[in-house]
Design a protein around this ligand. Structure first.
Ligand code: AMP
Ligand code: MG
Length: 346
């Protein structure tokens, strides 16, 4: 199959709508990452998403809509969700709802809840309007690869597997949406993203809990609240080690670790803040953004992780940011890329 990459315009959006309506797949930009979409009501179309990605069938998809009136058909909406949708839609917040039968079980991996979000990217909105369907879409990467934040990343993973990639430039947020469970008592963040715990608490006027496995691996026998958390999603081939501690201790530790890895003959690098590029210039530094701007780190992270495989890195040592605000989403993705291997520099 030939994969076309087209800039989003009237012609390509009409083509995308035709493809989606006829059960085919379209990759499209959102403000978080690129999604791989299919008509959420078409079981076979949804199955082909799992095939194209090599995604395990027990990892459910997020359904994307452009108008809240679409919700009535697909799920049951509790009052609490209304305030959240008023505040954060369109935007990077996914909410779990009780599912209605029009959504096939393949979308939700057999779960009674369906995850729904209204993206804010103008191309996503235009595509969803043009087809006027609920669109099931996970991130448009091959399973196990970092999520794509440019059309070129999607092409790397999906060339020959899907008919169309809509190019809308680089994604602004850069990490996937916040997934919030409102169906089981205390509102709980299953996956941190661009809408932070603090922002949710401000609107709900109550405490929001964090799923246990956000900053550590699942324990043996522990049930994943969000099936995606079971999988080692964001792992590059390199062994990644996170280094925490005071600024000076971390910088010394990074230099020494890089030196030792190089001496062992490994291809090594460090992931560092813009502020430390110069200090670490002899350690093959890869810039992850400013330490004072977690949004910038989120925006760059997946691109940097992808480059590690492109450069055949074997040993990677990374700085960390405080797990607050968007920093929590960054540390969740970085933690998983490192299989939660964290060293404390003294
Ligand atoms: P992706 O689109 O690749 O970011 O994947 C969507 C993520 O949303 C999955 O990893 C799931 O863990 C999560 N998700 C989707 N539907 C549900 C659901 N019904 N319950 C819990 N988590 C869900
Ligand atoms: Mg994904």
């Amino acid at each position: 199959m030939k994969t076309e990459v087209l800039h989003a315009d009237r012609h390509s959006l009409a083509l995308a709508a035709d493809l989606l309506t006829s059960g085919r797949l379209v990759a499209f930009p959102t403000e978080t990452v690129y999604g791989l979409g299919a008509n959420a009501e078409d079981r076979d179309a949804v199955l082909s998403i799992f095939q194209a990605k090599g995604r395990p069938a027990d990892n459910p998809l997020i359904v994307h809509i452009h108008d809240r009136s679409q919700l009535n058909r697909i799920c049951i909406v509790p009052d609490k969700a209304e305030q959240l949708m008023d505040a954060f839609w369109p935007g990077p917040l996914t909410i779990l709802f009780e599912k209605l039968p029009v959504i096939p079980d393949v979308v939700t991996a057999g779960l009674p809840t369906v995850a729904v979000r209204m993206p804010s990217h103008p191309v996503a909105t235009a595509m969803l309007k043009a087809c006027n369907l609920p669109v099931a879409a996970p991130s448009a990467n091959r399973s196990g690869r970092p999520s794509p934040t440019t059309a070129a990343h999607v092409l790397e993973d999906m060339d020959g597997r899907i008919p169309l990639i809509l190019n809308g430039g680089p994604c602004e947020v850069g990490v996937e949406s916040t997934v919030l469970d409102l169906c089981h008592g205390v509102p709980t963040i299953l996956r941190p993203g661009g809408v932070t715990k603090e922002m949710l608490e401000d609107v709900l006027h109550e405490e929001v809990a964090l799923a246990g496995s956000i900053l550590r691996p699942l324990q043996p026998g522990e049930k994943a609240l969000s099936p995606g958390m079971r999988y080692q999603h964001y792992a590059p081939r390199a062994v990644v080690t996170l280094v925490e501690g005071t600024e000076d201790a971390v910088l010394s530790f990074l230099k020494e670790s890089y030196r030792q890895a190089s001496r062992r003959g490994e291809k090594a690098c460090v992931l560092c803040f813009s502020e430390h590029l110069d200090t670490l210039r002899e350690c093959c530094p890869h810039e992850i953004g400013s330490r004072n701007h977690p949004e910038e780190v989120a925006h760059r992270l997946f691109s940097v992780l992808r480059s590690l495989d492109d450069e055949n890195m074997e040993s990677v040592f990374s700085e960390v940011i405080p797990p607050e605000g968007v920093g929590l989403a960054v540390m969740n993705r970085l933690g998983r890329a490192a299989a939660f291997r964290i060293m404390h520099a003294e």
